[in-house]
Design a protein around this ligand. Sequence first.
Ligand SMILES: Cc1cc2nc3c(=O)[nH]c(=O)nc-3n(C[C@H](O)[C@H](O)[C@H](O)COP(=O)(O)OP(=O)(O)OC[C@H]3O[C@@H](n4cnc5c(N)ncnc54)[C@H](O)[C@@H]3O)c2cc1C
Length: 461
Amino acid sequence: MSNLEKYENLVIGSGGAGKLMAWTMGGAGRRVALVERGALGGACPNVACLPSKNIIHAAKVISLAKRAEFGLKAASMSVDMAAVQRRKRLMVEGLQQMHLDRTTASHADLIRGSARFIAPRTVEIDLNAGGKRTIFGERVFLDLGSRASIPKLPGLAEAHPMTHVEFLDLDRLPEHLIVIGGGYVGLELAQAMRRFGAKVTVIEESPQLAVHEDPDIGAELKNLFADEGIEVLLEARIERVEGQSGNRVRVHMKDPRGERTIEGNDLLVATGRTANTGDIALEVAGVQLDAHGDIKVNDRLATTAENVWAMGDCAGSPHFTHVSENDFKIVYENLRGGNYTTKSRLIPFCMFTDPELARVGMNETEAKRAGIEYRLVQMPYRNILRTRTISEPRGLIKMLIARGSDQILGFTALGVEASELMSAVQTAMAGRLPYTILRDAIFTHPTMSEGLNVLLANVAD
Ligand SMILES: Cc1cc2nc3c(=O)[nH]c(=O)nc-3n(C[C@H](O)[C@H](O)[C@H](O)COP(=O)(O)OP(=O)(O)OC[C@H]3O[C@@H](n4cnc5c(N)ncnc54)[C@H](O)[C@@H]3O)c2cc1C
């Protein structure tokens, strides 16, 4: 093997976990190579979390401006999608610079190119600028991420549907957008586009939106979408797709009402993600995959190959940036003699529709499935006085409390600022506080958190 370069630490992929590993190791004076074939920082700052939330915020501003109740008088209002994109692109450029600066400051060697294993812990890198480098890492950290899956449906690939990547770069308004998939990516983007002024249809194969949530939450979400004029088709089986996204598309489908054809102009596919594990020859490195194509790891994120770890989406961890970052922490701290695992992690999540859907811990469906007895407290969001002041009374809150102890098992909020409200509950759960601490705390009036006093005022024994 000619020109083999040796590094103490070889990091492949600069997503949440990879960049933190490179920055932290490099910052501590370790020799690190960070290999990235795409945008530095991975999906989150470039094509996923942050650009989507940027676009969603623009859509929210527009939706508020359109609500006459706030007293804004404007002779005419129209949406300039190019301006919406300008704001997003500026943010992404700023984030890229920030990532570049931090990488430079850490003294990690950034290698822009695509890595492929040619021997254990040894990769050949096809450099983006042309040429090749071959690198051996004493320790190898894989943060390969994932990409949008395109289901194998007749005519779908030929219709060249958008994924979130193309969607988040649209500087025109689709006339009628058809969204395949009623999970968090599909719902966030569907609602934003509706608020910009497009007609939107969401097609979902399950009997409810946000299929991992309780049925009452799914039903409430559907009502919210209906209020905004978004068509939602549930239990829909797509038979074939015709046409070209960006021009004219026809989706032939069956639902409980029978066979129908939905005609639109643009198609967005948001039906889940596939790990980027197929084109890097992991088998050469002795790194095995599980049945889903994710890298097989133990609860300390070690792979089946010695001194090779996998983190983030590619390791089958829940697909969130905060989880990828926590994966880094587990691997890094264990290398320093710590004892961290992925077992029993309390992982919160938020779907950034407006209002938001946030959850930490179990919901009712999961508790029932696990045979865990619980006490349920729930209330409509409008019981929180703060919601009256901002005209955002929609949604509901649910908390599960253990039977036989006052431990909080889970919390779900569908309503405005749900993510922040959830974080207050999460803090109590992380500290193993009984629910009574939240019930008896004096929260500021009028805030959303004050709603916890109301929610917990009368918990049955
Ligand atoms: C539209 C959308 C919105 C989202 N919103 C949120 C949100 O609000 N909050 C949240 O927590 N999560 C959100 N997510 C999920 C989140 O973006 C991902 O879970 C997260 O980015 C995964 O990070 P990662 O570190 O696993 O990998 P990634 O960020 O995907 O990084 C992996 C990197 O590895 C590189 N790579 C792969 N293979 C190679 C190779 N062979 N050689 C060199 N480089 C390689 C890739 O180019 C990529 O840059 C969203 C996802 C989408 C699609």
